[in-house]
Ligand binder design. Structure first.
Ligand SMILES: Cc1cc2nc3c(=O)[nH]c(=O)nc-3n(C[C@H](O)[C@H](O)[C@H](O)COP(=O)(O)OP(=O)(O)OC[C@H]3O[C@@H](n4cnc5c(N)ncnc54)[C@H](O)[C@@H]3O)c2cc1C
Length: 413
């Protein structure tokens, strides 16, 4: 019987290959890099946020309207099953106060080693330096051409990842391969990417973290999108969870309206500032605002809003307090774009879900062809969602491909 060939040794491919072999299939895993799992190694800043503590319904809600597709995969493998698989392969994980799971060693390399061990124990044959350039469907098998040779397969699982952070090997090859086999591709674009801002003074604030702010993304001809969370100022603009989440909505240029005090209405904020001025006496107003703004942001924000900051608090009236409340609750920055595909954490878009059976992850167009991981038109928020989705879909695809192939002995498909 011909083997199952899995293309791409990221987390989706490693779990697909391991599970297919565990179910009794002969499995070859082809990876174009010299080393497997390069992207996995840089996840979670090298610590690998492998999954999340949330329940399944909350999990699927993190996939921007596409998550329902994941239910069967999560039914087959969710957090406990993944953590158990990793533990059996030698890596134990723990959850932090935000509900994020990491290996207890805080080393992504340990997670990669465990995933490789899982496949090795099941007899997966891994071939590195094997970039797949074409997949041809024949009546009863597939012909796969790599940089080294042609491989025949009874079934193919495509796990080539997205097209962001291409230095890791995820260069969008899977979209071309899937399109050659007749699949439609939702145009890929960067998601979870920092944004570049026009205002040069932002660069001087690099490293400043603004917890729990509300950000409204406003673009011409589009409905504004609002998100709340932590924001980080960078050398090029803005980042942090709230920005990464908004980045997938960016179509071109836009403006960001940041409310630094979302818990208060603007009149409440103005009153609180006025009260503070009343206690300030001969202090400059810029020295009375530290309850409302981080120290480093006071001068740039007041300057940008055209507010005279060296006035004495005693001389500042309601109107000044209202102007400052306006500046704090609607700090506006112009966005010129994302920092691009080379740095974005995931790809939005990909192989359209309509053409794939969610219960098996088999193509509805090409029997024997399966998909898993980020090559699919699925992208989740930060917090361990993307890795869990890659693992769950990989596991289900491996299991389904093996069942289809082995369930029909003598069928060489
Ligand atoms: C900086 C960064 C940090 C991240 N942190 C987290 C995190 O902490 N938690 C989280 O959940 N997600 C995180 N992610 C996202 C997560 O890494 C991905 O969603 C996940 O790796 C996708 O897994 P995958 O197996 O589908 O694809 P990938 O991991 O991209 O693997 C695809 C593999 O296919 C190979 N390949 C591509 N084309 C071919 C070809 N033609 N022939 C053979 N092989 C090929 C590639 O070389 C690669 O090894 C992060 C991403 C980045 C960039």
């Amino acid at each position: 019987m011909l083997p199952i060939v899995v293309i791409g040794a990221g987390p989706a491919g490693l779990l697909a290959a391991g599970r297919a072999a565990e179910c009794g299939a002969q499995v070859r895993l082809l990876e174009k890099n010299h080393q497997p799992g390069r992207k996995l190694l840089i996840t979670g800043a090298g610590r690998c946020n492998i999954t999340s503590a949330v329940d399944r319904d909350t999990f699927v809600a993190q996939f921007f309207g596409q998550g329902r597709f994941l239910y069967p995969a999560l039914q087959t493998m969710y957090r406990e099953e993944l953590l158990d698989l990793l533990a059996r392969a030698g890596v134990h994980c723990q959850v932090d106060h935000q509900g994020k799971y990491f290996p207890i060693t805080n080393q992504s390399g340990d997670v990669l080693a465990a995933m490789l061990r899982y496949g090795q124990r099941q007899g997966v044959h891994l071939a590195t330096d094997s970039a797949v350039s074409s997949i041809v469907k024949k009546p009863d098998h597939f012909e796969i051409t790599t940089s080294q040779k042609t491989v025949l397969a009874g079934a193919v699982i495509l796990t080539t990842g997205g097209m962001t952070y291409p230095v890791t090997g995820s260069t969008g090859d899977g979209y071309r391969l899937a399109a050659q086999l007749g699949h439609s591709i939702v145009p890929p674009r960067p998601a979870l990417a920092p944004l570049i801002t026009e205002q040069s003074y932002v660069r001087d604030l690099a490293g400043l973290s603004l917890p729990d702010v509300e950000v409204r993304l406003v673009q011409p001809g589009q409905k504004p999108v609002i998100q709340r969370g932590d924001l980080l100022l960078t050398h090029k603009g803005v980042s942090g969870p709230v920005i990464l989440r908004l980045s997938r909505e960016l179509k071109g240029t836009a403006s960001l309206h940041i409310n630094l005090q979302p818990a208060m209405t603007r009149p409440e904020l103005a009153s609180a500032i006025l009260e503070r001025f009343a206690q300030g006496g001969r202090q400059h107003i810029k020295n009375c605002l530290h309850d409302f703004l981080p120290h480093r942001l006071v001068s740039p924000l007041l300057t940008a809003a055209g507010i005279e900051m060296d006035r004495l608090a005693a001389q500042a009236g309601r109107r000044t307090a209202e102007q400052i409340a306006q500046a704090i609750s609607d700090w506006t920055l112009s966005v010129t774009g994302t920092q691009g595909v080379h740095i974005a954490m995931v790809t939005a878009g990909g192989v359209t879900l309509r053409e794939i059976n969610p219960a098996t992850l088999e193509s509805k167009l090409v029997p024997g062809l399966y998909f898993a991981g980020e090559v699919l038109d699925l992208d989740g928020d930060t917090g361990g969602f993307n890795l869990q989705a890659a693992c769950s879909t990989g596991y289900l695809a491996g299991q389904s491909a093996a069942a289809a192939l082995l369930g029909n002995p003598g069928n060489n498909r």
